[in-house]
Design a binder for this molecule. Structure first.
Ligand code: G
Ligand code: MN
Length: 376
């Protein structure tokens, strides 16, 4: 690490470089490592783009001269008067949104503000703020997707999936609200709501003589929470169900964040009789390290992988490899996202344990699911 003094000197040098970019402009430092440049006169947008490119290149060149061993990136967000705002505050806020977009896109670039950016940020705020009131108003509900025993076709397992129908915004997909609930912290309350609804439903099914094991998706924020196990057990006791009926699904990317701590929590879960599944395996940077070290009972192969299974022989080799390895290590497999008869035909050539996907059943509300299982 370089010290504070070095950092201060570097910032001074950057400021000096930035004053050389245009002829008549203002340079101000906004926060730690961000600067605002105000340009007054230009005829074409190209000129501004060039000035912004020159600025970030000057900063990068300067930093690499200061020290060869460090990696630097510089990004810029641009907002224009009067198109993107009439007052300084609006223009600055919009330039900042554009800057976040530049950083999100992979850094080292110039991004101009556009209203879509604004709308997507506004929607994020709207969704984040709506989660708590919707928890109060009971606007979240759970659907259950059957997981079938591949050979017998029986439905023994279900995946519980949280859904949200907001009173004024309408249906909001989980992909749009789960990550926001993780950022804002309400994921914990959402997960407790899920426990309450799912475990209560399992109890009802138990009383009907229908014994299911149910998968629930757990976010890393929740898994790493100090009272995670206590909390889940409290809901189990409330609804008088068996720990063995619950399968905790975690994803690889989350194990990747903190593998040692993840292993500790998973072992505690298993000691208490819960089952654990590794979700979305085969997507992203699947690693045999997780396969070997994570104490999981079930491997769920990702739907993007199944989507290619009837198109490429290498995917089929990979399928065989994962099935063989799983079985050799006494793990079961679930193939997710099965959508077509062609995929099913290929699966028949392999030693598949469980399947899940639109070909068999979409996620169902309880009443529909009850009809489905009654007719079996
Ligand atoms: O990441 P995870 O495996 O938990 O994702 C579950 C999601 O996948 C659910 O929202 C469910 O609606 C969706 N899903 C389930 N079966 C299929 C399928 O056959 N095809 C596609 N595209 N999505 C599916
Ligand atoms: Mn899942």
């Amino acid at each position: 690490m370089k010290g504070h003094k070095w950092g201060d000197e570097a910032l001074l040098l950057i400021a000096k470089e930035l004053t050389k970019v245009g002829k008549e402009h203002i340079v101000a430092r906004m926060s730690e490592d961000s600067f605002v440049l105000v340009f007054y006169q230009f005829e074409h947008l190209d000129e501004i783009k060039t000035l912004a490119d020159v600025s970030i290149n000057k900063v990068k060149n300067l930093m690499s001269k200061q020290s060869e061993a460090y990696f630097y990136s510089a990004s810029a967000g641009v907002a224009l008067y009067p198109d993107h705002g009439l007052v300084y505050g609006d223009i600055l806020r919009h330039a900042n949104l554009a800057l976040s977009a530049a950083k999100k896109n992979g850094k080292d670039q110039v991004v101009f503000y556009n209203t879509f950016m604004h709308q997507s940020k506004e929607r994020e705020y709207e969704i984040t703020n709506a989660i708590k009131p919707s928890l109060q108003n009971d606007e979240f509900y759970v659907v259950y997707q059957p997981i079938l025993d591949f050979k017998s076709g029986e439905i023994r397992k279900l995946e519980a999936l949280l859904r949200w129908n907001h009173s004024s915004m309408g249906y909001i997909p989980p992909n749009d609200f789960i990550y926001l609930s993780e950022i804002s912290g309400s994921i914990l309350e959402l997960t407790h709501l899920l426990y309450d609804k799912v475990f209560g439903q399992i109890k009802t099914w138990n009383q009907m003589g229908k014994y299911f094991t149910v998968d629930i998706n757990i976010s890393p924020k929740v898994l790493m929470h100090p009272t995670f196990i206590e909390d889940i057990e409290r809901y189990i006791e409330k609804h008088e169900i068996d720990n063995k009926q619950i399968i905790i699904e975690i994803t690889e990317s989350m194990a990747l964040e903190n593998i040692d701590q993840t292993i500790i929590v998973l072992k505690q879960l298993k000691d208490k009789g819960f089952l654990v599944a590794l979700d979305d395996f085969g997507s992203g940077y699947s690693s045999l390290t997780y396969f070997k070290h994570l104490p999981v009972d079930i491997i769920k192969m990702d739907k993007d992988f199944i989507a290619k299974i009837d198109k490429s022989p290498s995917e089929r080799h990979f399928l065989k490899f994962v099935l063989d390895l799983s079985h050799a290590m006494s793990k079961k497999t679930v193939l997710e996202g099965v959508e077509t008869i062609e995929q099913v035909e290929i699966l028949k050539l392999h030693d598949v344990d469980y399947v899940q996907g639109f070909y068999y059943h979409k996620p169902l509300e309880v009443s529909q699911l009850n009809k489905t299982i009654q007719s079996k």
